[in-house]
Design a protein around this ligand. Sequence first.
Ligand SMILES: *Cc1c(COP(=O)(O)O)cnc(C)c1O
Length: 361
Amino acid sequence: MPIPRVTATVDLSAIRHNLSRVRALAPQSKVMAAIKADGYGHGAVPVAQALADAGVDAFAVACLEEAMTLRAAGISTRIALLEGVLSRDEAIEAAALGLEIVIHDRWQLDLLASLPPESPLAVWFKLDSGMHRLGFPLAEAQSLNEALRDHPNWQLQGWITHLACADDLTSPMTQAQITAFEAAMDGIPGARSIANSAGLTAWPQARVDWVRPGLMLYGASPMPGQTGADLGLKPAMEVASRLIAVHPIAAGETVGYGATFTCPETMQVGVVAVGYADGVHRILPTGAPVLIHGVRVPIIGRVSMDMITVDLRRLPQAAVGDPVTLWGAGLPVEEVATWAGTLAYELFCGLTNRVHYRYTG
Ligand SMILES: *Cc1c(COP(=O)(O)O)cnc(C)c1O
C-alpha cells in the first residue's frame, strides 16, 4: 500500500460552520453556495453533501459538466449554471437535470428561445452593473422582464449582478453598482442577488434575497489583511506532506536548482515531498513558511516539481517522516497566498490530482 505523499484534509464540519456564519450575517437571504472548480479544490461532491445536509438553498457551478458531476452523485439540491449553457444540446440536458440556467447574453436568449416551448426551464437573468464581464446592460432589465411573456415555460428564479470591488472598503464602486442595480430593478418583480463572499461580509446593503458565497464557506477570508478566523470562519483545508530527507549542508554550499540559496553556515536542510506538481507554487520565494511541529520554518531555494527544501535551523530535532503543513491550522492559507503573490482562491484551485483527499467531520 503506497503511503499518501501529499494529503489535503478537508473538515466538512468547518464548511457547515462557515455556512452558519453566512446565515448569521445574512439571516434574511437565501444562500447559493459557489462550489465551482471542484468546490474550490475541496471536492465538489463531499462539499455539496455537507452543505446540502446543512440546508443550503442552492449551488452555483460554472458549467454543465460540473453540475452533471453533482447530479450523478445524487445531489438533488437546486443548481445554477453561472455561465449558462453553450449550446442547444446543453440546454436540453440542463433542463432534464433540473438545472437553473443563468442567461447573461442575447445569444443565449436566442438559443433558449429555440427550445420546444412546452418544456419548463428555470432561468436567472444576469445584469451588468459595472463589472463589465458578463451580463445584460442594466437598461435592458425592463425588456428582459417583458420577454418573459413570450416564454411562459421559462420560470424566472431571479436577477443576478456581480460586484467588482467588494473586497475594497474604500472603493466607491460597490455602492455605485448596488445603487444602479436597484434603480434598474425598480418595479420589476423577482428575487435579487448581488453579493459574493466579500459583498456579504463587508456590505450589508448587498445582503438581498440571495447571497452567493464561495470562498468564505471554505474558511478563507475574502477581505485583504484579514484571515478567515478574524471573520469567525473555520479553515476547512489542511495540506500536508512529510520530510523525506534531513541532512547537514556545509557553509557556502548552495541548495536546489539554480543554486539560488547559499548556506550562511553549516546547517540542517530538510527535503519535503511536495512541489509545484502538487500545487505548491514555484513562485514561493526563499523565506516563505511551512509548519513543522507547529514551528514556522522557511523554504530555501527553488520549489521544484516534486520537492521543496527547508531551513531546519529553528528545529534541530526534525527528522525524516515528520509531517509538514503547507497551509492549515497554524499557517493560514491567506498568508501563504500573500507570499505567492496571489489569493487563497488560486492556491485552493491549484491543488493537482496527485494530492490525496481525506474528509473529516
Ligand atoms: C464564484 C462566484 C461567486 C462566489 O465568489 P466568492 O468570492 O468565492 O464568494 C459569486 N458569484 C459569482 C457570479 C461567481 O462567479
